[in-house]
Design a protein around this ligand. Structure first.
Ligand SMILES: C[S@@+](CC[C@H](N)C(=O)[O-])C[C@H]1O[C@@H](n2cnc3c(N)ncnc32)[C@H](O)[C@@H]1O
Length: 347
């Protein structure tokens, strides 16, 4: 194609989608460079550069199936990212691997990979959690609590990364936990377990005193997407109890905009999901003495029935969140972090 024809060519929908993503990134790149002198920290720059409305529109983008259709180059009425992703994943596996990894099982099925989500994104889901934690400042010397560690989708990466005696995991489903331990780290008392000495607890009590002392980092990924009101409060209370003043906790939930969609029931809903408003989370955090922030995490998921179950990360801390020295020194990238406001309260 010559230069003129190229410039006049009609832009396709998929290209428009990609251009929009590039524009998002370009906007991010426009953040002022880190101020090593420390006079203005990066959070302050981000607060100015990225108003809350922009974060909301980013999340709207995440939740927009028309935008997904555009990016996946599929008509919206035929949109089935699950099938496309599963087929793509399977195309790289041998028939034995497809059987062993049980790729065709639905999320929630009784298999160590399927129990925690779609088996075809087990790898990338754990890796995205790990990457997110690095962006939040996780170092190998931190003591880490994973609430609902499942089959160690994330835990396998954390246990190898952290120094010995630093990882604490809670998982009530001992069957899938042990399958995960064996398949991801070799065996229940293998070299990795003996080298890193992780500690595990198996119950649903939301009591993390087994960590012995407050930890530095906490994650509860895809737990509050299944907990009723009473259990979500117990989870957040337990996070507060396991935190010291510098602890960073990341708890995900599935956002809804309408009050009418805010779950009001107690209990554990699985593999069903429940949704909460930002205001619900902000109010609960305030009542428990925690600062609550939202940020970006391009974690996508859509169930076969069409419900978008994208997890929104909620950052919780006892003191206002600040970039750490390693953040500033190494220029660790993190997406905009903005306070969650309690409805009716003055921002
Ligand atoms: C959707 S899975 C997510 C697992 C893991 N966080 C991950 O991302 O791979 C939810 C997990 O929470 C566990 N769970 C259920 N009730 C719990 C409780 N009260 N405390 C901690 N975990 C719980 C389930 O057994 C399940 O493994």
């Amino acid at each position: 194609m010559d230069e003129i024809a190229r410039s006049q060519r009609k832009i396709t929908n998929a290209e428009k989608g990609l251009l929009a993503v590039c524009a998002d990134v370009a906007q991010d790149e426009a953040f002022p460079a880190l101020d090593m002198a420390g006079s203005g920290d990066r959070l302050a720059h981000i607060d100015q550069a990225l108003p809350v409305q922009q974060i909301d529109s980013f999340n709207h983008y995440e939740n927009s199936s028309s935008r997904r259709a555009e990016l996946l180059e599929m008509p919206q009425d035929k949109l089935s990212p699950r099938k496309a992703l599963r087929d793509e994943f399977k195309s790289h596996l041998t028939p034995e691997e497809i059987r062993e990894l049980d790729v065709d099982l639905p999320a929630g099925a009784n298999h160590y990979r399927a129990f925690v989500g779609p088996p075809f994104n087990y790898d990338i889901n754990g890796a995205m959690q790990f990457q997110f934690l690095l962006d939040l400042g996780l170092r190998e010397y931190h003591r880490f609590l994973e609430i609902g560690c499942g089959s160690l989708r994330l835990g396998r990466l954390l246990i190898t990364y952290l120094l010995p005696d630093r990882y604490f995991g809670v998982e009530p489903n001992e069957v899938i936990f042990r399958q995960g331990l064996v398949n991801n780290l070799g065996s229940e008392d293998g070299d990795m377990v003996r080298l890193k000495r992780p500690t595990f607890q198996h119950d649903t009590r939301f009591d993390y005193s087994f960590t012995g002392a407050p930890v530095d980092f906490i994650i509860a990924q895809s737990i509050a997407s299944h907990t009723g009101v009473k259990e979500t409060r117990a989870l957040m209370q337990a996070i507060a109890d396991a935190s010291h003043s510098g602890t960073i906790a990341m708890m995900t939930y599935i956002r809804c905009a309408a009050e009418t969609q805010n779950n009001t029931n107690d209990g554990w809903f699985y593999p069903d999901c429940v949704t909460y408003t930002d205001g619900f989370m902000a109010k609960m955090a305030e009542e428990l003495g925690l600062h609550a922030y939202r940020t970006r995490w391009p974690h996508l998921n859509q169930r076969p029935d069409g419900m978008v179950t994208t997890q929104t990360p909620l950052i919780l801390s006892k003191t206002p969140w600040r970039p750490t020295l390693p953040h500033r020194a190494y220029g660790i990238r993190f997406e905009g972090i903005v306070p969650l406001h309690v409805p009716g309260a003055r921002p």
